[in-house]
Write a protein that binds this ligand. Structure first.
Ligand SMILES: [Zn+2]
Ligand SMILES: [Zn+2]
Length: 358
């Protein structure tokens, strides 16, 4: 019987992770669930934290994209031990205005997010670069079907659920769409938009190595590297402009491109620019004269996570999700895993905290 949790603790940019242990014999509060983590993937937002692009309180266990198994539950949760689960990255109270009236539980006034809290907060088991995590009472938990591999499930509770939310922000009759960025969000966007009936999904991406993935997930790759002219290429086929644009690359320079690509009455969904270096260079006049809608989408609500898991289950037999994720490294090699993200060989690097020797 395992009686300690193993953690990799982040102490701030430039400081090495430290291996630490915490006891597992604590009492769970009502609604809490202790989960053993089978696989976690390194999200781009964690890389921002690790590289100091954005500040998070420390010391902390980072990591929020994960899948695991139930170890035990507090009162009020009906989940058998060993049930495979993923969970919402946000824990929400359910009663504040954003939760109860605005339909934005991810903006809860008492919000807690996994991978963003310090070791001093409650049990300290708040992140996924660890053998265990404690899920809180207001966290939405979704059971995972046996046939889905850990590596393809881990990114569902951040990247895929966020993209489900973003795509649902766009009316289904928007048939010609541009996705700016061919990382994991962009690849998911191609698959989701085609599944929803889009006739053309152009994916503007600088890295040609990603083009075959873009094609296989239903998108048409468009060269976005310096010196190329994606606007001319797309407008050649759609002179009036496109119905919707999704920004998932996190590059503010793309905003002007998106505005230029949109038809009159078009919709611009902003997803990727969740960092301070995101001042947009466009006049209000441009937006007004083209009658554009600009919509920000951040994180997601429980129903989007349900839909993401269902979508993955439905499409996994046909789409090569497994190729997007690296073979897993043991938890203790977290720094090596982080370094590996820079190779861009995969869209996610995976860590296996349990069940892998090393
Ligand atoms: Zn994330
Ligand atoms: Zn709330």
């Amino acid at each position: 019987m395992v009686n300690v949790a193993r953690l990799q603790v982040f102490h701030g940019q430039g400081t090495p992770f430290s291996a630490e242990e915490l006891p597992l014999d604590f009492a769970l509060a009502e609604g809490e669930v202790l989960v053993a983590i089978d696989c976690a993937t390194i999200c781009g937002s964690d890389l921002h934290t690790i590289r100091g692009v954005r500040a998070e309180p420390t010391p902390a266990v980072l990591g929020h994209e994960a899948v695991g198994r139930v170890v035990r539950t507090g009162a009020g949760r009906q989940l058998a031990p060993s049930t495979r689960v993923t969970w919402s990255i946000a824990d929400s109270c359910g009663v504040c205005k954003p939760c109860a009236e605005y339909d934005l539980p991810q903006k809860c006034e008492r919000l807690f997010k996994y991978g963003h809290a310090t070791l001093a907060d409650r049990t300290g088991l708040n992140g996924c670069y660890a053998s265990h995590v404690v899920l809180r009472r207001g966290t939405h938990i979704v059971e995972i079907p046996d046939e889905l591999d850990d590596a393809i499930v881990a990114p569902v509770n951040c990247a895929l659920a966020t993209m489900v939310h973003a795509v649902l922000a766009c009316p289904a009759d928007r048939r010609v769409v541009v996705v700016q960025g061919g990382g994991l969000l962009g690849i998911y966007a191609c698959a989701l938009l085609r599944d929803r009936g889009a006739s053309h999904v152009y994916c503007v991406e600088r890295d040609k190595q990603r083009f075959s993935w873009i094609r296989r997930f239903g998108g048409t790759p468009i060269d976005g590297s310096p010196g190329s002219d994606p606007v001319r290429q797309i407008k050649h086929e759609h002179p009036r402009g496109v119905d919707a644009v999704f920004e998932v690359a996190g590059a503010k320079e793309l905003f002007a491109q998106g505005i230029e690509l949109l038809r009159a009455g078009g919709l611009y969904v902003l997803v990727g620019l969740v960092h301070p270096d995101s001042a947009l260079g466009a006049t209000a006049e441009t937006l007004i004269r083209k009658c554009l809608t600009v919509r920000g989408v951040h994180n997601y609500a429980p129903q989007h996570l349900d839909e993401a898991v269902a979508f993955l289950q439905r499409t996994a037999p046909d789409l090569p999700y497994g190729e997007l994720v690296s073979p897993p490294l043991p938890l203790e090699r977290i720094q090596e895993a982080i370094d590996l993200t820079a190779s861009q060989r995969w869209l996610r690097v995976a860590i296996r905290p349990n069940g892998l020797a090393g």
